[in-house]
Design a protein around this ligand. Structure first.
Ligand SMILES: [Fe+2]
Ligand SMILES: [Zn+2]
Length: 447
């Protein structure tokens, strides 16, 4: 990570900072993977299935990374050998009763010879470590496929192809339909349900299937309807740009559920975009500005009717999610207030201006007019949502909404067999993409 502002923000250097060119060329970013000639290495793939796992392992050297591609032309993910040895969870490495590791990362030697590699039809990877440091013999580590499956950033085309639509009854029954919907929600951050009963209580029942309903000062549930003297911009009929809800709160709701009860107005189409698609592009095009937006916080607030909140977040989170809600930005941003504030603010401003056009790309925005009986469930910490303006005199528009909190949703996800909390917890170095958003061979592969 280019440490652009260390000089500016450490207290040790109090003197006036020179306004040098803070944004540099990006040649020195780590890891310098260009030196790794992985394309010449032996390839390992599942022997009997079409599963799209490609592994490049150099068994002749003892410390080269292992390279994973989720599909043939996908971005290569470099995995450090020590990391891989450290990640073994066999009974010899992790105490099965306590779940505690039996060795520390620093115990692992730098040289880790590999004797054999095997990729199973289930997508799992097995590595045989030669003369293992812990057991002294050939130690076999097996890694399930789900470790390697990254989350899939989507743009409009990909979501239209995916069609993440599910029947309400299947979802509520809790069987395969539920499992598939939950997997899609976890992987893509958005699903739609149809044939949803036209009742005001439906969102509460749905919340119970996803975790615990998160009550806020808007109530257990709330209505999005046009009304005069709105205290919140969502209650008016004007265009509402892409944003996330309740960023001024510490515990930002994880899921948002919106159930359409009436929609006969002209206009009012719902807009959705995957913030990971925007940040991924930002990282590829302007890695240094990307770092600026990861580093410096933006402050949001809400001060109305005795409900007073304020909270700051960097625009880009470590996992690639955005925190973005311009209507609730604090007008006087603290970033400019310190000694060096103006310089930081100027950099921040440049970065946001670079990001603005990436936001407005039509190809990233999924647009749909919600119909009565339809319900959208999306990850409010990842997906940006908005709405086109509508004509209040042309009909009625009524959406019922609620939130689900993060912990309860995570707990629910982990209770489903084969699911991990964050399919994308292993973050590939996205600036290495050879193609922009290559299509996996098999869409919607389940764990
Ligand atoms: Fe909203
Ligand atoms: Zn082990």
């Amino acid at each position: 990570m280019a440490n652009l502002f260390t000089r500016s923000v450490t207290g040790s250097e109090k003197g006036r900072q020179r306004r040098g060119p803070l944004i540099r060329k990006t040649g020195d970013r780590l890891p310098y993977w260009g030196e790794v000639r992985w394309k010449d290495w032996p390839v390992y793939a599942p022997p009997n299935s079409n599963d799209t796992n490609w592994w490049y392992v150099n068994t002749e050297q003892n410390n080269t990374p292992v390279v994973f591609r989720p599909y043939r032309n996908g971005a290569p993910h470099l995995i450090n050998r020590t990391w891989l040895r450290d990640a073994c969870i066999c009974d010899k490495c992790v105490d099965p009763s306590s779940g505690q590791k039996r060795f520390a990362t620093m115990d692992i030697p730098e040289q880790l010879p590999i004797e054999g590699v095997f990729v199973g039809d289930d997508g799992s990877l097995s590595i045989q470590w030669k003369d293992d440091f812990l057991t002294g013999d050939t130690h076999t580590s097996r890694y399930p496929r789900r470790i390697w499956v990254p989350t899939t950033p989507w743009d409009r085309g990909r979501l239209e192809k995916l069609k993440p639509h599910y029947h309400y009854d299947d979802f509520m029954a809790g069987n395969t339909g539920y499992r598939e919907a939950m997997w899609t929600l976890q992987q893509y951050g958005i699903i739609f349900l149809h044939h949803v009963p036209n009742a005001e209580t439906t969102v509460e029942e749905l919340a119970g299937k996803l975790g615990s309903l998160q009550e806020t000062f808007y109530g257990r549930t709330w209505d999005v309807r046009s009304k005069p003297n709105a205290e919140n911009v969502a209650y008016t009929n004007s265009y509402l740009g892409l944003h996330q809800d309740l960023l001024y709160m510490d515990n930002v709701p994880r899921l948002q559920i919106l159930h359409c009860l009436e929609n006969t107005c002209v206009g009012g189409e719902s807009l959705f975009a995957d913030s990971r698609c925007i940040t991924k592009e930002m990282e590829q095009l302007y890695p240094d500005f990307y770092d600026v937006l990861r580093r410096y916080p933006l402050t949001y607030h809400y001060f109305r009717n005795g409900h007073n909140f304020t909270r700051s977040w960097p625009v880009i989170q470590d996992n690639g999610d955005m925190r973005w809600s311009p209507p609730f930005q604090l007008p006087a941003q603290p970033i400019n207030m310190s000694d060096m504030g103006e310089a930081l603010y100027a950099q921040w401003l440049k970065a946001v201006r670079k990001m603005k056009p990436l936001f407005e790309d039509e190809y990233k925005i999924y647009e749909t007019k919600m119909q009565p009986g339809e319900c959208v469930i999306f990850d409010n910490r990842r997906i940006l949502h908005g709405r086109r303006e509508f004509d209040v005199n042309s009909g009625s528009r009524w959406l019922k909404g609620t939130y689900v909190d993060n912990d309860s949703y995570s707990k629910r996800i982990l209770s489903i067999d084969g699911f991990t909390l964050r399919p994308g917890w292993y973050q590939p170095n996205t600036s290495q993409f050879e193609e922009r958003y290559p299509e996996p061979k098999r869409e919607g592969t389940k764990p």
